[in-house]
Design a protein around this ligand. Structure first.
Ligand code: NAD
Length: 274
């Protein structure tokens, strides 16, 4: 592996995570900000990336051309939108660089495109880049494996800030996937994503989701195992989005000398069972 600092591009540079990432790349060892890319037409294009992230001038001008930005880069940190991430996955594949994807709300079709791009790029994708939630997902999988579905119902509850646009959150789905894996079931066919009106009794073996939105909440998640006469709740609170950013930078550094492929944060953190 090269000793030179890894040259990273932050896309979605003006976003909440984009600004966080610009600050983190500036403060972390082994990485350097190579370019910053915002949405074409964004008022931030042409501005100094350090200025928009509150760091003071850093000499990197925010651009709107991902191709030019990726050309001599080693990796891209992408917390944007599913459509944008799809486009960037193809470009990162062509450039054969590391693509760290934090974007949530991707459809099955989006994920298929990302998997195709991972034939050439080293992609790390996770609905949550933090250590705590990934550790929690391992514990949830174990609990779900141990608790009989005839006696224990599983519900995933989440709350986020009022500007979040997708639901349930990527983290809620990640935790739901972990519970489904523990039970050996398919989450898509067994999940109840919302309830309203006369729903009838709860169907045994399903995994339910409930979503709250409001204020500036960074991310609250609970997985509730509800039995007869007792409940077990496993939860995580994020109070600062830098935990996701630090995880993303860590993922980029980890993937630098890996073979092309699609990896998760469990792989990065050494928590994977595969
Ligand atoms: P945000 O809306 O503040 O930022 C998204 C940014 O992407 C915006 O600035 C937008 O202009 C930009 N963008 C859109 N199209 C673009 C394009 N074509 N080129 C360049 N930039 C473009 O949202 P956010 O809170 O920063 O979250 C972004 C995503 O990351 C969401 O999907 C969110 O759920 C996810 N997220 C994931 C994690 C994780 O750990 N995986 C943590 C936090 C947020």
């Amino acid at each position: 592996m090269s000793d030179a600092a890894m040259k990273l591009v932050v896309v979605g540079a003006a976003g909440r995570m984009g600004q966080t990432l610009i600050r983190l790349v500036d403060s972390m060892d082994g990485v350097t900000l190579h370019a910053a890319v915002a949405r074409p037409g964004s008022p931030f294009v042409g501005k100094d990336a350090g200025e928009i992230a509150g760091l003071g001038t850093n000499g990197i001008t925010v651009g709107d051309d991902p191709l030019a930005a990726f050309l001599h880069a080693d990796g891209v940190l992408d917390f944007t939108t599913p459509a944008t991430t799809n486009e960037f996955a193809a470009l990162a594949g062509q450039a054969r660089i590391v693509h760290v994807i934090g974007t949530t709300g991707c459809s099955a079709e989006d994920n298929a495109k990302i998997t195709a791009a991972a034939r050439h790029a080293r992609v790390v994708k996770s609905g949550n880049m933090g250590l705590g939630v990934n550790l929690l997902s391992v514990l949830v999988e174990r609990a779900a494996r141990a608790l009989d579905p005839a006696d224990w119902d599983i519900e995933v509850l989440e709350m986020h800030h009022k500007r979040k646009v997708d639901a349930p959150s990527g983290t809620a789905l990640l935790l739901g996937e972990a519970a489904a894996k523990g039970r050996g079931i398919d989450l898509v066919s067994k999940s109840v994503r919302s309830r309203d009106g006369h729903t009838g009794p709860r169907e045994e073996g399903t995994i339910g989701f409930a979503t709250l939105r409001g204020g500036s909440v960074v991310g609250e998640h609970s997985v509730i195992f509800a039995g007869e006469g007792e409940t077990v709740t496993m939860s995580h609170s994020a109070t600062d989005r830098s935990i996701f950013g630090r995880g993303a930078v860590k993922a980029a550094l980890w993937a630098r000398d890996k073979k092309p492929g699609l990896y998760s944060m469990l792989d990065v953190l050494g928590l994977s069972s595969r």
